[in-house]
Write a protein that binds this ligand. Structure first.
Ligand code: GCW
Length: 674
């Protein structure tokens, strides 16, 4: 067992200081599987820096296959569960003598059960019960890293990364400290993540060689991640037959192209036999793709699927396909329509090992978007829901923003609009769905830049495992698992997280209209920053009103939804207020049916409220900050300062912009700069 301590210094959910139970139990692996041995090792390793505790008993870690070896009370309890755990699931049970058993459906389940126990402790995990059973809702729970092998001149080592350099790569090579990759694997396993894509979906020249000359890097990282039950994926360049292979084409229907992918993939699997597969961004934001040859995306995806199928590999084919060279003068185009228009007609044409990876909203990880209609529409194709932990449009790692609040809403959407199954249920019921998130992790001491952003990574793992887990539970678990302190501390941290999304939404772009961010970097306000750009992200504010008409009188995007949802979004009365400007262009003096005030007044009110909410969160923090370790405390302090400044800037720019455009003053008489 390595004596090396876990390499984050403090304040994260594997924080041993918060876990006296680590020293109360002696782990005993049964069955000899490497993952089980490792689970016991992880326990012992963290116990080395946990507070001393009096021994209570043994922690027996095994699988159903070996469960008969357990002492009778533990065996009986583990086997008495109504439904045995599904693959990767586990039973945790407490015996009369104080011993604990984790019984996995398989070795992965034993690992996950042990790590869950390690994070929460037996009291929180078992509550008053003798036994708990847990199984993941989805079998593929993935993180996509947008890491570059060599720093990109504009995007750096991680595209949209706010937490330092890549945990995998440094200057075209492996990072010198590969122990940190091992720790990262443990961190991810502790929240049930079982797949990681190593590199940016924008695959530049050097990164393309990960399936060629630099396959050794994939092997080295896969060897480490595998110890934690994590399967490795790579992003590939659709034009690789040309850029790497020297062919004159990458036409998906060309025989030499097919051969190139087959031979390349065979070689890749001879080196990394359990690679998960390829992630692909094609015909998107300047990336090459099948459109270059008059082919469609089923042709493109199936080309790679055929090469991967003999090895059991998957194609994660992204649907973020839209015209990024739009003419802002052309009001007939609506970027929100693009994914559905491109992919819906292809439903049923994709190979079995293709998953269409779809961002949760039709635009781009905005604070508020409706759920992508493509996610709801596809019925004959496997889908992966794509979320973004990296806070590209949600405050980078400066502003505190608890993303699970927004993800909950996505997963809770009733898919037919009739109060029936929600998206979470629907994903489980469909064949072979998956969940993916853009990682937001870097080499910073706390992995995520802002310590509060850890709660987003933690929350992603929890929701990926249980699509119906509540945000209150997630926030509270993270706070308790990460910080030693009294109930006031944990309650304050939980409260802050749970309020943070609403605050951020209030002080940024109003009522779902989106963007209004600084072009390029996407932090801070610039109301017209993208208004005359080719990116298709417009708000259409003029002297009379603002918002995008996506009903049949406008772009008709609403009609991509199932009928009941289309009707809801089309209607001014029924459209959720937070989405009004996403779906409608409204006059400033329009009285909003839900809040009963005019649009312009609602814009003023939410923006003033947003700043006050930041101040309230900050005050909450002030009351408990002394309980937080020094490094984290001062770092969080300066992030609150930055956030308050950002919120004020947003409030004043938005309010002034709309005062100048509408000429209507704030009825409450607050300071809006003329
Ligand atoms: O939101 C945009 C980002 C790009 C990103 C792209 C994508 C990796 O601004 O940086 O590229 O989304 O999801 O492909």
């Amino acid at each position: 067992m390595p004596a090396r301590p876990f390499t984050t210094s403090s304040s994260m959910w594997l924080e041993p200081a918060t876990k006296p139970w680590l020293n109360a139990y002696t782990p005993r692996p049964i069955g000899g599987d490497e993952l089980i041995e490792r689970a016991a090792d992880d326990w012992r390793r963290l116990a080395a820096s946990a507070p001393p505790a009096r021994g209570i008993g043994e922690l027996l870690i095994t699988t159903l296959e070996y469960a008969s070896v357990l002492p009778p009370t533990l065996y009986g309890a583990a086997c008495a569960v109504a439904a045995p755990p599904a693959p990767e699931g586990y039973v945790v049970t407490r015996g009369n003598a104080g011993d604990l058993a984790v019984v996995g459906a398989d070795a992965a389940g034993a690992l996950y059960g042990t790590l869950r126990l390690l994070v929460l402790g037996p009291e929180a995990l078992l509550g008053g019960k003798k036994t708990v059973v847990s199984s993941p809702d989805l079998s593929l729970r993935m993180l996509d890293h947008w890491d570059n092998l060599v720093p990109h001149p504009v995007m750096g080592t991680i595209e949209r990364g706010y937490a330092g350099d890549s945990v995998f790569f440094e200057n075209g090579d492996l990072v010198p400290d590969t122990d940190r990759i091992d720790d990262y694997g443990l961190l991810l396993a502790s929240i049930g993540i079982n797949a990681v894509c190593l590199n940016n979906v924008n695959v530049h020249a050097t990164e393309a060689t990960l399936v060629g000359e630099r396959l050794d890097l994939v092997r080295a990282i896969a060897d480490i991640l595998r110890r934690h039950n994590i399967t490795t994926f790579v992003s590939v360049d659709f034009a690789a037959p040309m850029t790497l292979g020297g062919l004159a084409t990458c036409d998906p229907l060309d025989e030499s192209v097919e051969r190139w992918w087959r031979e390349t993939t065979d070689r890749v699997y001879s080196v990394v036999p359990d690679l998960g597969g390829y992630v692909v961004k094609a015909d998107s934001e300047g990336r090459p793709g099948p459109f270059d040859y008059g082919r469609d995306h089923a042709d493109g995806a199936n080309l790679l699927a055929a090469a991967l199928a003999p090895h059991g590999g998957l194609v994660m084919w992204r649907c973020f396909v839209y015209n990024h060279r739009q003419d802002w003068r052309d009001r007939t185009l609506d970027r929100a329509r693009a994914a559905y228009d491109h992919f819906m007609p292809l439903d049923g044409r994709f190979a079995d090992n293709v998953l269409l990876q779809i961002k949760h909203g039709p635009l781009d990880f905005q604070v508020r978007e409706p759920v992508s209609p493509l996610l709801l529409g596809l019925r004959e194709t496997r889908v992966a829901l794509e979320l973004q932990i990296a806070q590209e449009y949600t405050g980078h790692a400066w502003d505190t923003y608890f993303l699970p609040t927004a993800w909950r809403e996505v997963l809770e959407l009733d898919v037919a609009g009739d109060g029936g199954a929600d998206l979470g249920r629907d994903l489980v019921d469909r064949r072979g769905s998956a969940i993916v998130a853009v990682a937001g992790v870097g080499r910073d001491w706390n992995w995520t830049g802002n310590t509060f952003s850890q709660a987003n990574l933690y929350g992603y793992g929890r929701l990926a495992w249980d699509l119906h887990e509540g945000t209150q539970t997630i926030a509270q678990e993270w706070a308790i698992a990460s910080f030693t302190g009294d109930a006031d501390l944990h309650e304050a941290l939980t409260r802050i997280l749970l309020r943070s999304r609403e605050a951020y939404e209030n002080y940024t772009a109003p009522l779902g209209v989106g963007f209004m961010v600084t072009p390029g970097g996407h932090y801070g306000p610039n109301i017209d920053g993208y208004e005359y750009s080719p990116w298709g992200t417009y708000h259409f504010a003029d002297r009379d009103g603002v918002g995008v008409d996506r009903t049949p009188t406008g772009s008709g995007y609403t009609e991509q939804y199932p009928p009941a949802l289309a009707a809801r979004y089309r209607s001014l009365e029924d459209c959720p207020e937070r989405l009004l400007l996403f779906f409608h262009h409204l006059r400033y003096d329009q009285v909003l049916p839900q809040s009963g005030v005019t649009l312009i007044q609602r814009i003023y009110d939410t923006h003033f409220e947003g700043v006050e909410q930041v101040r309230a969160m900050r005050r909450d923090w002030e009351t408990v900050r002394e309980q937080v370790p020094e490094g984290t405390r001062t770092d969080v302090d300066r992030r609150w300062q930055a956030q308050e400044h950002n919120a004020i800037e947003w409030r004043d720019q938005v309010c002034t912009y709309f005062l100048r455009h509408s000429g209507i003053a704030d009825a409450a008489g607050r300071t809006v700069y003329p």
